[in-house]
Design a protein around this ligand. Structure first.
Ligand SMILES: [Zn+2]
Length: 456
């Protein structure tokens, strides 16, 4: 069971939501105009980025995937002079207050097979290869497929043109989809710091299951799989080809997701969205919440992962943990440990107190290789960065255990109140400071300080 949990913690909980540093001062949003077109063997990208240089704080670099070749680039109508190192694009400082960067590049891919183009996943310190596969292309900021600053909300105007055989899912709901010259042209406006999207062949999914609930349309796009991973028993995968079992597995995933949404709405705050798509994929090995769609790798579509709160973890990110300060102390505690604890509170609501207590105990009693169990301090959790399975254990398990310790002292309602007050500020990068300030405002500071005195 514990090794299973480790298995899950690696697969399910590797999705990090790299977000941006809080804007303290002076950096105006970058304005993006992006036109993307998928042709037979290429994803063409045309970008115009406008930025107002602030008096302080504007840096002359952008983060940009090292594997993407730039075809053409102009800065303020002159060829861009730049150097690249790792995933950073350095360019010559412009004296002008306004900067317009025009870029053109193409990402080779094949509509028939996996291409060898590799994108860097996560930040540049820890790189995981992700294959671009034209039947399913996933672009998001931590692939840095467009040049970004880490600490800036932005303003995206995007069109994505695809053959009629393909569909596009994006962070923000589409504002239009036109049929132009035999292709679909999707358009989007996004006022976030990130514009992730997913292009996929449309005909690979089963007929969509659409559920209308309150004012939201929930669409479930499952891959048609005659054989599915049902569970993991004694560390061995158990597959099923029984269509009834497969149907009931999908039903459980739908019902559990809907229940999670209802619980978060009731216990965090009411979130309005028009559509939420759950899209199954076979290319990532993880789940990710991306605003108006949730990407689930098929490996997550099994009872083990569903019971162990994988889907509801992703759903929790609609509320918590997407905008947490980049590179800051406590980033992953704020971005992953707290959302995962809230997800466990949802688990408690349907699985009961005993199951919940057991889940917490499993998180505390983690095994580290041959060591029976190990303990860490709260300070270690706060300083933990992503990068290896042990980092994930500390963030998704030990970090969660510390939140539980805090709850034991102040009570569930007070904890949820502090979480609501910390995370519900719009257009703000949440920091550990915000959390601590709200703890003080709720007279729980002494209880919080006690966390630093224990090891879990
Ligand atoms: Zn997460």
């Amino acid at each position: 069971m514990k090794r299973t949990l480790m298995f899950l913690s690696v697969i399910i909980l590797t999705f990090n939501h790299i977000s941006l540093q809080a804007q303290k001062s002076g950096i105006e949003p970058l304005k993006y105009n992006i036109n993307i077109e998928l042709n037979d063997s290429t994803l063409w990208v045309n970008i115009s980025i406008k930025a107002i240089k602030a008096e302080t704080g504007q840096k002359d670099f952008l983060l940009f995937n090292r594997y993407i070749q730039i075809k053409e680039a102009d800065l303020n109508d002159a060829p861009l002079k730049y150097s690249r190192s790792n995933d950073t694009l350095y360019f010559e400082s412009s004296q002008k207050g306004e900067m317009t960067l025009l870029m053109q590049y193409e990402i080779p891919c094949s509509t028939m097979e996996y291409s060898n183009i590799v994108a860097s996943y996560s930040d540049s310190t820890f790189t995981y290869p992700v294959l671009f596969d034209t039947s399913q292309i996933f672009c998001e900021r931590f692939n840095k497929w467009y040049p970004v600053l880490y600490d800036n909300f932005s303003d995206y105007q995007v069109t994505i043109t695809v053959p009629k055989t393909h569909s596009v899912f994006a962070y923000y709901p589409e504002i239009g989809c036109k049929d132009i010259a035999g292709k679909y042209v999707y358009s989007f406006n996004c006022f976030d710091e990130d514009f992730p999207f997913f292009i996929t062949q449309a005909n690979i999914f089963q007929p969509k299951k659409v559920i209308q609930y309150n004012t939201t349309n929930y669409e479930f796009c499952f891959l048609p799989r005659n054989r599915r991973l049902l569970a993991i028993v004694d560390n061995k995968p158990v597959f099923t080809s029984d269509s009834k079992q497969i149907d009931s597995l999908l039903d459980v995933s739908i019902n559990r997701s809907m229940a999670a949404i209802e619980w978060y709405n009731a216990n965090l705050w009411q979130k309005e969205f028009k559509t939420l798509c759950f899209v199954e994929t076979g290319i990532l090995g993880l789940g990710a919440c991306l605003g108006s769609f949730i990407l689930m790798d098929r490996i997550l579509m099994n009872m083990e992962a569903i019971e162990n709160y994988a889907l509801s973890h992703e759903i929790s990110h609609i509320w918590l943990g997407i905008h947490t300060e980049y590179l800051a102390k406590g980033k992953f505690f704020m971005g992953e440990s707290i959302p995962e604890y809230v997800n466990l509170l949802f688990y408690e609501s349907w699985a009961g107190t005993d199951a919940f207590e057991k889940a917490i105990q499993d998180k505390i009693n983690l095994k580290l290789f041959d060591v029976p169990f190990y303990t860490v301090t709260f300070e270690q959790v706060l300083n933990q960065k992503k990068g290896d399975p042990q980092a994930d254990e500390i963030i998704y398990n030990k970090g969660v255990a510390f939140v539980h310790e805090f709850r034991k002292q102040i009570g569930k309602e007070k904890l949820l109140k502090i979480i609501r007050e910390t995370y519900s500020v719009p257009n703000h990068f949440v920091t550990l400071n915000d959390f601590e300030n709200n703890i003080k405002a709720n007279d729980c500071w002494n209880e919080y300080l006690k966390l630093f005195e224990i090891e879990l």
